[in-house]
Each structure stands twice: as C-alpha cells, then as structure tokens.
Ligand binder design. Structure first.
Ligand SMILES: [Ca+2]
Length: 450
C-alpha cells in the first residue's frame, strides 16, 4: 500500500501551473476546464468500466479519447465532504462543517477566505460557473430563500451559478440562480424546516395516496411534485422544480454557460443530479436500460454528458478543453425510495466487483470512475491509468504556486504534483488495487446522505 495519496490528476495540476503563471513561456495557452461530477455513480455503472446492461456511449467516447483511471477515489463516501474537498483541496475532516451531510438550510460551509479551485482560476482570468447540485450550504446562518441568498457560490469564486441548493430529495425544491430563487414570488414566501413540520401541505407520512414514488425509509416529509422529501417547506409554489425535467434544465444551463463563455478561458463545474434519488428520468429515458429505473437515469446522465461534449465540438472548443468526469461517491441501490433499485435482479452491479456501497467504509463507497480528456495533451487510452487519483488535487503544489497564487492557511489534501507531466502517466495498466488512501488517514462518513 502506498504511503501517501499519489495524485496523478495530471492535467489539473498543469492547469494550476498555467493559472499561476509558473509554467514555461512556451506552454500551450490556457485550456478551458469542464469538471463533471456525477452523483452516486459507482465503479461498475458505466460501459467503459464493464457495465453491459446500461449504454453509456458518450462517457465511453470520453474514455476512449482520454485517460480512464482504474484506481480513482472520491475523498469521501458521501456528497458534501467530497464536494468540499473538490472545491478547496482540503479534506473535509479538517473543517467539520464540510464533513457533514448538510441540510437545505445549512450555512455555507466553505470559509470565504479559503482559496478555492474556482477562485484560483478566476484569479488567472477564467470565467467560472457552477451548474447543478451544490450541497455546500448557503447563507451566513440558517438559509433564508426569500431575497438575495448569500454567501454562496459567487462568494467562493464563481461568476455564475445555477444550483440545486442541497439535493433532489431535500427541501427546498427550487433552483437558485446567481443567489436568487428562480421564479420566486414574494407573495408566496418560502419557509423551510428540518425540525418540526411547518404548514398544512401534504406529507409522505400523512398522504401516501398522493405519491408517485413511495419512500422506502425516511423521505416522508413535504410532498413536492408527487414525491415526499427530507425536510419540510411551504410557499414558493411557482418556483418548485419538476423532477422529470431536472436533467434537461441543468444541462441546458451548462451548455448555455459554455456558449456564453466561449472565446475566453472558462471553468465549468457541472454537478449532475443523476443518479441520486429520487430517480425520476424524463419519459424519453424511461425503460431504456436493461436494469430498471436506476439504469435509465444512468443513460440520462450519459445524455447530459453528451450534450456538453457536443457543445464543445460545435463551438470548436474540444481541442482546447480539459474535461474531467468523476463521481462524488460510490453507487447505492435502495437509497430511500421504492423505485425498484433495491429489488433489481438484472445482474447489474453498481460498484462492479467492489465490496460495499455509498456511505460505507469499503471500497465500493469511494472508488469511482474517473475520466480525463484533453486532446493532444492526455494520451488516449488504450492506456488505463493505474496510478491512483483523487479529486482533492485541485490546488497547485508548492513549485507551481510561486506565481500570483497565495495558499490559504491550514493543511490541505493537495500534494506535490511534480510527478505530473503534460503527457500523463505512462505506466501500463494494472489490475485495480486496494485503496491507496488509508495511509493518509482517510476515513469515510457514515449515514444516509447525499
Ligand atoms: Ca452522492
């Protein structure tokens, strides 16, 4: 077992160097950076990782055009800590608010003075945007969704944001664009509670006859769009999302950000909701896989990725764009709703041969797909990368931080990336190995989550 986390997030390290001006003058011009963070996608969920009952042609194409890591690990087995680590380069355990699975009214868990990946790139002249699931808290204290919702993404480095505040299974069920609820009507103020019930609206516990997807455990509070959630909410009726349209909505926003940012370096953090619960695919994906609803939303995810790749190609940006794809934690089947996944007998194994699931201590909780494509810079794979990788390597190592970048105080999980090279790791593929992060004091969060 390796003694430290060996980070071979080669291209991102190079971008960090580019951002700080610490690379050679003859280095290529700054690439665009697109990070796609899927939700609850396991090691065995994609065709390029061996799945046969779902079709993921776009992700498979991404893998063929770049590098497919076979020993990549999310920093955590659940959502918020991984996202905190991706944004800050710091293990969430070192900053406890970021290590919890946050509610929909939790304050922003990233200190505003902490340098983040988007802030670093913004400092280097990038236009930065986040689209999709946030789940890093909003506001100074308990979040108030009526009016300007700050601090939020725009206070930690993003120029543009269109976010799901927490998760799809948690209130409030509204989108927030640039710190304001989309479609907010001040005559119908939004109240959210993760304690006592509020309002007299239907809940999953009291009104199961109104549900189109029933909970299997928990998830029986306020009903929105025929689905009961974790947490209560009142108001904001005109602003509430439609679950079936969520992938379309956020993909359209992600593509729109690319289109409006083309012409100058940009960074897009696209955090999909798929394949988190509630799993409610758009009708055009329903029944399209051979392993039930969960497979259908995997194929919906693949469509979203395909739309992003198509936009890059249409705008002739593909050769100048680093695209990274990974997941915030491993796969899980029954995650709180009776959507058939818990009873799936198709033979699909969300985490492949790995033991365990999301939220657990075994490898199935954290070992995830990881793809990196940067034409001309990352060698296409036939090459699988057996070197380990983790998404905490978002901050530059000391040698590359000699420029304008000033590291934030406190320890980080980023490590020296001097081993990285523009051509990527050259070692030949090896069989997947056991977790390489234990030597660095890695641990995973317990509990249901996100
Ligand atoms: Ca997750």
């Amino acid at each position: 077992m390796r003694k430290t986390i060996e980070v071979t997030l080669t291209a991102m390290a190079l971008v960090a160097g580019l951002a700080t001006g610490a690379v050679a003058a003859d280095a290529p011009r700054r690439p665009n950076v697109v990070v796609i963070l899927a939700d609850d996608i396991g090691y065995g969920d994609l065709g390029c990782y061996g799945a046969t009952l779902v079709k993921t042609p776009n992700l498979d194409r991404l893998a063929r055009g770049g590098m497919r890591f076979i020993d990549a690990h999310a920093p955590s087995a659940v959502c918020t800590p991984t996202r905190y680590a991706l944004m800050t380069g710091q293990y969430a355990w070192r900053h406890p608010p970021g290590s919890r699975i946050l509610s929909g009214v939790a304050p922003l868990c990233i200190p505003k003075d902490r340098l983040t990946l988007p802030a670093m790139l913004k400092q280097a002249g990038y236009t930065t945007g986040v689209v999709g699931k946030w789940h890093l808290g909003l506001g100074e204290t308990e979040t108030d969704y009526n009016g300007e919702i700050a601090p939020g993404p725009r206070d930690v480095g993003f120029d543009y944001s269109f976010i799901i505040p927490a998760t799809g299974d948690r209130t409030p069920c509204v989108y927030v664009e640039n710190h304001r609820v989309v479609g907010f009507d001040p005559r119908d103020p939004i109240r959210v509670s993760y304690g006592a019930p509020i309002g007299d609206g239907p809940t999953g516990a009291r009104n199961p006859e109104l549900l189109k997807v029933k909970p299997s455990h928990g998830h029986d509070n306020t009903i929105v769009d025929g689905i009961s959630r974790i947490g209560y909410m009142t108001g904001g009726k005109a602003a509430r999302w439609k679950d079936e349209a969520m992938a379309d909505e956020i993909t359209r926003k992600a593509v729109g950000f690319i289109e409006t940012s083309a012409g100058r370096p940009f960074f897009l953090y696209f955090a999909t909701h798929d394949v988190h619960v509630p799993r409610v695919p758009h009708p055009r994906f329903r029944g399209t896989s051979r392993c039930g609803t969960r497979g259908d939303v995997i194929q919906e995810l693949d469509w979203s990725v395909g739309e992003v790749l198509a936009a890059l190609e249409r705008l002739k940006l593909a050769d100048d764009t680093l695209v990274l794809f990974t997941s915030d934690n491993g796969g899980v089947m029954d995650d709180g709703y009776q959507d058939g996944s818990g009873d799936d007998r198709s033979g699909h194994r969300c985490n492949g041969a790995l033991r365990g699931f999301k939220g657990g201590l075994y490898e199935g909780g954290t070992r995830v797909p990881f793809l990196a494509r940067w034409p001309g810079k990352i060698r296409p794979a036939r090459h699988r990368a057996s070197s380990s990788a983790t998404s905490t390597c978002s901050r530059p190592s000391p040698p590359s931080s000699a420029g304008t970048y000033r590291p934030a105080p406190g320890p980080t999980a980023s490590i020296n990336c001097r081993r990285c090279s523009p051509n990527g790791p050259r070692r030949r593929a090896a069989s997947p190995s056991s977790s390489t992060a234990a030597g660095a004091g890695w641990r995973s969060a317990k509990g249901r989550g996100s």
